[in-house]
Design a protein around this ligand. Structure first.
Ligand code: FES
Length: 111
């Protein structure tokens, strides 16, 4: 977590307060461009596209276990750090985004 004022840069978008995503939890967020899911793994934040690579259902409805996000629809899992699919039926990764937490606010670099 950085100690600074304001967004990390012009291409970063504030999405939620860090306290809105407690450790071990997921939160779906919508920006103008994308639907994303935030994951808090012991205070480290990760962001992925909120769409399972199996059949496009929202990953934000899933469960976070350590660094693994489980899709509730057919049980595929993804590593939130990389987006890599780690259990069938998903085989393709999901897109990940850069995340910064500044002064308790979560910022994403989109695009
Ligand atoms: S839609 Fe996620 S496992 Fe099928």
């Amino acid at each position: 977590m950085r100690e600074a004022n304001g967004p990390p840069g012009d291409d970063w978008t504030r999405v939620v307060a860090a306290t809105d995503v407690p450790p071990g939890k997921l939160k779906g967020v919508a920006t103008r461009q994308e639907r994303l899911v935030l994951a808090n793994v012991d205070g480290e934040f990760y962001a992925l596209e909120d769409r399972c690579s199996h059949q496009d259902f929202p990953l934000s409805s899933g469960e976070l276990e350590g660094c693994e996000l489980e899709c509730p629809f057919h049980g595929a899992t993804f590593d939130v750090r990389t987006g890599r699919a780690t259990r069938l039926p998903a085989v393709r990764p999901v897109r990940t985004y850069d995340v910064e937490v500044v002064d308790g606010e979560v910022y994403l670099r989109l695009g």
